[in-house]
Design a binder for this molecule. Structure first.
Ligand code: BGC
Length: 717
């Protein structure tokens, strides 16, 4: 449809039809299909007649169901404006990839893009048009359960991943949504949802405007630059005003400064919750504030539906504002091609071929392997040897609950467990499997059997961690250690056999100080998804090399959080050569550093860095060179990380900021000189007037295999 035709369509719409476009409800309003609910179901006054005007539906899927709902709807709809079908496709549709925090540990935006493309294709043939992804909230507090949906604590990496996911879902910008198998993407949660106080879900966010611009906004902006079609508001307040009705955020920054002309949707009932926040007295206030702030679609509350008409009638809001919102929604429907083809890519036949295809499962295995992080490998306990007698034990040894919370279409029944993979691998000769039924209790009988088996094993591999519902939305924890029963199991087993490898399943960095001392091998497997079990077995037996690096710091204990690598020096930094000094910024009972720093991850080989050189070139670039050598016994891939410190700024600069990275594959014994060029603009930061620019002066250029182990060279620019 041409733009002119859309405007004409808008002119023909009645007030009620326009209001309908602004309403989003769950699929069960339209179909018996089970949908998933993530929030409270608030009361509504929707009549049968209203349902014929509703503009969008969430969490309805399956080609047949989607087509049926669309057809029945259009048959009744006066102007034949198709429904938009949206859903949370976060890390896969039915082929489930690792949780985003795991995917991020691959340091491979291209791989992440491919997983998004597969998720889009599976969803698109199943009738979905829009995914509520990417979630690009920057996170620094692992108590918050939703860190699993994020790509971590670094603004630079988060922005790269935001772009790769948007391109994966929508297709490249020029052809966005035109290609087969694409979805419109919705970046969320705007803004700063990742910084709730105390890590408590839905809690207040408090930060300076400069901090917001410097660290939190770049990833949303990167999604916009990649052409994202929708933005979702967040539940939290920003500067004392709920994000959903925050004009500064939504009108000034998003629409005016960044030029966003796509659809702004509220989070689930976030509009009505503005009343609980206490800046709106009732639904009428909410409707007024939300439309003024530029919210186009209300998800699962009914303030627009109940109140907008009155407000417009009374002249409290202009029809123009309503029309703008409706036009943005119609434009999205048009861009998706729904007017010409309301089924879009929904296709039962394709659905059978594409969804959970062998090819997709293969990528899921690859993604899982590349996201696994080796945290400890004392005395080279790993890789395991196929002739060793290994005891595999724990709550997750035969569990298919390894998909993560956002996997509503993922099917545990078709997810292989580690025990199943081990049994199927004939090459692995001697293994014993010992299941512990619950991660929270180890019975006396289970323990006795475990100890007996462990005594006779060459090595013990414990597979355990969080249950799926311990991380994710509404899953904040104040104690982020392993459950007590598991910590005890580790130490009891250690007493009879110290050759222990612990494989962890979880959605957040856990506080592992205690258990990391008790084990020789420590493997972070996250919630690895469909291909997880096979990837783990391949890593454990050295068929695949661990190469992931964490993108969120792992604290020593929960008292240290929030904890992140790109922090300030403070006026009284700790002096590691004089730990006696009391009056410095430190704790009395724990070090300042994390247990595992940002960017950290081991391999079965080792890498050494030498000869860092940094120079300013004639064309005003910074050229960095370093030699990386594979000093271990196997070929392997290293993620070479480049950090910069701006020694003095108009405002305080962090001690380190990631500015780039390179992936290098090296045969054993081989060395390679890696070059990395920076543009001076990459040294820019947010000044007091909130604009980005860089200053001349002294900089430290650093390179290394993680944020702590770096070589450094100073350069005055
Ligand atoms: C979550 C969103 C999600 C929405 C729809 C909310 O509770 O915060 O991330 O997209 O539900 O399921």
């Amino acid at each position: 449809m041409e733009k002119e035709q859309l405007t004409q369509l808008l002119r023909e719409m009645t007030r009620n039809e326009k209001l309908g476009q602004l309403q989003q409800v769950t699929g069960d309003f339209f179909s018996d299909e089970l949908t998933e609910a993530t929030g409270p179901l608030s009361g509504n006054n929707l009549t049968e007649e209203d349902l014929v005007t509703v503009g969008s539906v969430l969490s309805l899927s399956g080609a047949a169901a989607a087509k049926k709902v669309q057809r029945e709807y259009l048959a009744k709809s006066r102007l034949k404006i198709p429904l938009l079908l949206m859903a949370d496709i976060i890390h896969g549709y039915r082929t489930i990839f690792p949780i985003p925090l795991g995917l991020a540990a691959s340091w491979q935006p291209e791989l992440v893009k491919e997983t998004a493309r597969i998720a889009a294709e599976e969803s698109a043939v199943s009738g979905i048009h829009v995914t509520f992804s990417p979630m690009v909230d920057l996170v620094r507090d692992p108590r918050w359960g939703r860190v699993l949906e994020s790509t971590g604590e670094d603004p630079y990496l988060n922005a790269l991943y935001a772009k790769s996911m948007v391109e994966g879902y929508q297709g490249e910008q020029k052809t966005a949504l035109q290609e087969y198998g694409t979805l419109a993407a919705c970046v969320k949660h705007f803004a700063a949802y990742g910084a709730p106080e105390g890590g408590r879900e839905y809690n207040t966010v408090n930060m300076s405007e400069r901090e917001l611009h410097e660290n939190y906004l770049p990833a949303y902006k990167a999604a916009l630059d990649a052409g994202v079609k929708l933005v979702m508001t967040s539940f939290n307040t920003v500067d004392g005003i709920p994000a959903t009705v925050n004009k500064q955020l939504n009108r000034e920054i998003l629409r005016k400064d960044w030029g966003f002309d796509g659809v702004l949707i509220s989070d689930w009932s976030a509009m009505k919750e503005v009343i609980h926040h206490g800046v709106a007295a009732d639904e009428r206030d909410v409707a007024q504030l939300s439309l003024e702030a530029g919210v186009d679609i209300e998800m699962m509350s009914f303030c627009y539906h109940n109140e907008l008409n009155h407000l417009l009638e009374e002249g409290m809001l202009s029809e123009e504002l309503l029309d703008e919102a409706v036009l943005r929604i119609l434009t999205l429907k048009n861009e998706l091609g729904l007017f010409e083809n309301p089924d879009r890519f929904a296709d039962e036949k394709k659905e059978k071929e594409v969804v959970f295809s062998t090819k997709h499962q293969e990528i899921a295995r690859k993604a899982a392997a590349e996201s696994i992080v080796l945290l400890e490998n004392k005395e080279e306990i790993l890789p395991l040897n196929k002739n060793e007698n290994v005891l595999f034990i724990g709550s997750h040894v035969n569990s298919s609950e390894i998909l993560g919370t956002w996997s509503w279409k993922g099917n545990p029944e078709e997810t292989k467990t580690v025990a199943e993979i081990l049994k199927a691998k004939q090459a692995i000769e001697q293994t014993q499997i010992c299941e512990i039924a619950s991660p929270f209790v180890v019975t006396e009988t289970e323990l006795e059997k475990a100890l007996e088996l462990a005594k006779h094993a060459d090595k013990v591999v414990i597979l355990t961690g969080e249950t799926v519902d311990m991380s994710g939305e509404a899953s904040s924890r104040s104690d982020i250690r392993l459950p007590k029963a598991q910590r005890e199991l580790v130490s009891r087993l250690r007493a009879v056999n110290p050759r222990i490898v612990l494989v962890l399943f979880n959605g957040r960095p856990l506080a592992l100080e205690e258990v990391s001392r008790d084990v020789q091998g420590l493997v972070e497997a996250w919630f690895p998804g469909t291909g997880g079990a096979e990837a783990i077995v391949n890593i454990l037996y050295g068929k695949a090399m661990p190469q992931g690096k964490i993108t969120m710091s792992f604290p020593r204990n929960v008292g240290q959080v929030p904890l992140y690598y790109n922090h300030f020096n403070t006026g009284r930094p700790i002096d590691h050569n004089n730990l006696e000094n009391k009056y410095v910024s430190k704790y009395l009972d724990v070090e300042n550093t994390p247990l595992y720093p940002f960017g950290y991850g081991l391999s079965y080989t080792t890498f050494a860095y030498k000869d860092l050189q940094v120079e300013k070139t004639v064309n005003n670039k910074i050229l960095c060179k370093v030699t990386v050598e594979n000093t271990g016994k196997r070929a392997g891939t290293e993620i070479v990380q480049w950090y910069v410190r701006d020694k003095m700024g108009q405002v305080v600069r962090p001690l380190q900021e990631l500015k780039g990275f390179d992936r290098v594959f090296l045969e054993k014994g081989r060395a390679q000189t890696i070059q990395h060029e920076f543009d001076l603009s990459e040294l820019a930061y947010v000044h007091t007037n909130l604009t980005r620019s860089w200053d001349t002066g002294e900089f430290v250029f650093m390179v290394g295999g993680n944020s702590e182990a770096v070589l450094a060279v100073n350069l005055t620019i």
